[in-house]
Ligand binder design. Sequence first.
Ligand SMILES: [Zn+2]
Length: 336
Amino acid sequence: MTGTHHYFLIAACKNSRGDAPLKIFDAHCDVLSKLLENPGLDFEHEPELLDVTLDKMKTSGIGVQNFAVYLPEKDAGDFRRVLESVDLFHQRIASNRYMRLIRSKDDLRLVMESGRIGVMLSLEGVDALQGNLTYVRILFQLGVRSIGVTWNHANWAADGVMEPRGGGFTAKGKQLINECNRLGIVLDAAHLSEKGFWELAELSDKPFIVSHANAKQICGHARNLNNKQITELIRAGGVMGVTFVPPFVQSEQPVTMDKLLMHIDHICSLGGSRHIGLGSDFDGITEWIAGLEHAGKYGRLVELLQKHYSEEDVEHFVYKNWTHFYMRHLPEAPAE
Ligand SMILES: [Zn+2]
């Protein structure tokens, strides 16, 4: 193919020298679940109803966007709905000419060298896999490269963070950890109970991630991580995506971007400057941080970060910490 390098000019986020576009990596959004519920939505251009669209990603210069398969609770156990979500991802997103699917290190390298948007696929909550590891292997073949074990409640594998009994992994859940390690699927402890977090830290052969959560010391929400958890994630070589969910940023609303900066400052104070990424949760939220209402608005966050951090740090927070992690932990070659 010729002329594939310059599909579009990345517009919004410049580095402080103003000479090169600064790419963004977002580790979590829920636009697939909106498209599943309402297939008529226009993923490329929808101005109001979707936070993440092709237009908005182009405006911000998104380099890589992770798309989560998440089923509403009424469908949570239905594997067919997972497959429909995966089909939607391939039909409407990964096959778009501006995008390229990332399944391997080579794919990621090609995306980083090109002007295309890399797209990754993840699963949020394993309820629909029904304890069947065959389904895990099928999802790997279909491109899933990270799995959040739970949503907020308990499932067959583990307890979520809102489950009152606060349990960890089941025996089958521990098999899931092993199978994901073996295949090259990264495990995601967002939404997982604290007991589950520590069991995952002990049992996983590979570093794990927390795709969308903040620091509990700054905002005491149950979904956020305490200092010991953040320190362990750093020690183990994982990455946490700070998230734009207003109640996870600050208990009193409305929330401004300065408060999100406090979470980043705190994680850095624990030694995490090379373990912080972004995990917006766009399209999974119904309220937004002021000035950060959709995927077209990362430019203002980048400007704020540039006032407080070196260019090198900012590049790592918004892009490189995630790309470095996935360059280490994605499979070598695409699955055939
Ligand atoms: Zn979530």
